[in-house]
Write a protein that binds this ligand. Structure first.
Ligand code: GDP
Ligand code: ZN
Length: 401
């Protein structure tokens, strides 16, 4: 049971009283229902409008290691939205009707941010309080791309919903959340120019599984090689149960499949440079790549840009995440006991290895190697596995043949 603690914090008064609009009364109801889910053991006790301080009752470990502590917020007049981009201190939040708000983050949220856990990140589902509510929401301009100088309605991020499907980047042994609430990763792999690298595909799959994201394999440039040269990939990866797409932005083959896979999902698109990611996204939605470029140019100019991830809405109702930092999303070398879990076809065989700590390399009585010899496990996949494990010290190995 965690201890409760009271914190006195500054009371941030909403600037200007928002007029009540019917729409917002409805939003408020959902908001208050939501706050019950969000707050958990936390409660907010505002001491009325005039108080300069207020007391927050929260778990004693507020702002601690778990990174999941969020202060409850006053959600009167708050509306739900999605963080589509963060530039410096500005958080761009898109709400249900498509309008984009330029937001700051409530001071209390920032106070509780830790090194590992930023207060707000791209992809977060948030509740914002608009500084002033436009007479009718429909009058808010829809701007896409969002020019830096655009006059957008302004708001304050009040609270962040719990995150699922987090994509992180390791830097100095710490994980930084680049984007939250991602469903799947689409890896674009070129069949030719640049040459197909099968071991990279397996690293990609492992990286996605490690991040608890569904991998989708998109083999592009089918126009450059004959079908019999890549047919085995269909067999190999479809049999393993992964979604496999074959595409060409030249002939238009498979573009509908890509659109279908991306619709209603939040996806990250990854792959080496030159494999055709931009061309694919442009084929899925003409002019998309162009817009991506426009926005990233704006980003690079902003001096205080800390996060460059951006959500791009698709006409097929999905979102794609554009972030240069994760283009090389792949699993780095790890211990065999971890890597073996990312090879789905190994799992049923693992109990049959003679040694419980079998690394499937030099040991006798290895069930994995037996299945590789029998071609039940693909030799290519096994080679990928070997390439991904940390080589152990030969002096320490015990189960030598
Ligand atoms: P990105 O770096 O992954 O975004 O790749 P681009 O979309 O910029 O494409 C790199 C190059 O590959 C460009 O010259 C494209 O015209 C070319 N390309 C993209 N898709 C295909 C394809 O399906 N077939 C062929 N032959 N070339 C392609
Ligand atoms: Zn083994």
């Amino acid at each position: 049971m965690s201890k409760k603690k009271k914190i006195r914090v500054d009371f941030i008064k909403n600037r200007g009283k928002a007029p009540r609009v019917n729409d917002f009364t409805r939003d408020f109801k959902t908001a208050s229902e939501k706050i019950d889910d969000l707050s958990g053991t936390q409660q907010v006790r505002a001491k009325g409008d005039i108080s300069r301080k207020r007391t927050i009752i929260t778990n004693d470990d507020s702002g601690g290691q778990d990174g999941e502590v969020r202060p409850a917020a006053d959600l009167i007049n708050a509306i739900p939205g999605r963080v589509i981009q963060i530039t410096g201190l500005t958080v761009l939040v898109q709400v249900g009707n498509g309008a984009i708000y330029r937001c700051t983050v409530r001071r209390l949220l920032k106070t509780l941010a830790t090194d590992e856990r930023s207060a707000v990140t791209t992809g977060d589902k948030v509740w914002i309080i608009p500084e002033h509510i436009p007479l009718t929401l429909e009058l808010v301009p829809k701007l896409d791309p969002v020019p830096d100088s655009a006059v957008l309605p302004v708001g304050v991020v009040q609270t962040v919903e719990p995150r699922k499907g987090i994509l992180t980047r390791k830097s100095k042994h710490k994980d930084h959340v680049i984007v939250a609430n991602v469903d799947q990763v689409m890896f674009v792999i070129s069949l030719s120019q640049p040459e197909l690298k099968v071991h990279l595909v397996d690293r990609y799959i492992a990286g996605a599984l490690e991040g608890k994201l569904e991998p989708i394999l998109c083999f592009n440039k089918v126009d450059l090689i004959s079908e019999d040269q890549y047919q085995y990939l269909v067999g190999l990866y479809s049999q393993l149960g992964y979604k496999v797409l074959f595409t060409s932005t030249r002939t238009g083959v498979g573009i509908d499949d890509v659109r279908h896979v991306l619709s209603n999902k939040q996806s990250v698109v990854c792959g080496q440079s030159g494999v055709g990611k931009s061309s694919l996204l442009n084929a899925v939605q003409p002019n998309l790549g162009l817009r991506v470029n426009v926005v990233s140019e704006v980003n690079q100019k902003g001096k205080h840009t800390t996060t460059s991830a951006k959500l791009i809405p698709l006409e097929c109702k999905g979102w794609v995440v554009d972030t240069p930092g994760i283009r090389s999303f792949e699993l780095s070398n790890q211990m065999p006991s971890e890597v073996e879990n990312f090879f789905r076809e190994f799992r049923p065989m693992l109990p049959y290895c003679e040694f419980a700590d079998c690394t499937h390399t030099h040991e006798t009585g290895c069930a994995i190697k037996r299945q590789v010899f029998r071609r039940v496990i693909s030799p290519d996949r096994y080679l990928s596995y070997l390439g991904m494990i940390k080589k152990e010290d030969p002096h320490e190995s015990r189960h030598e043949r």
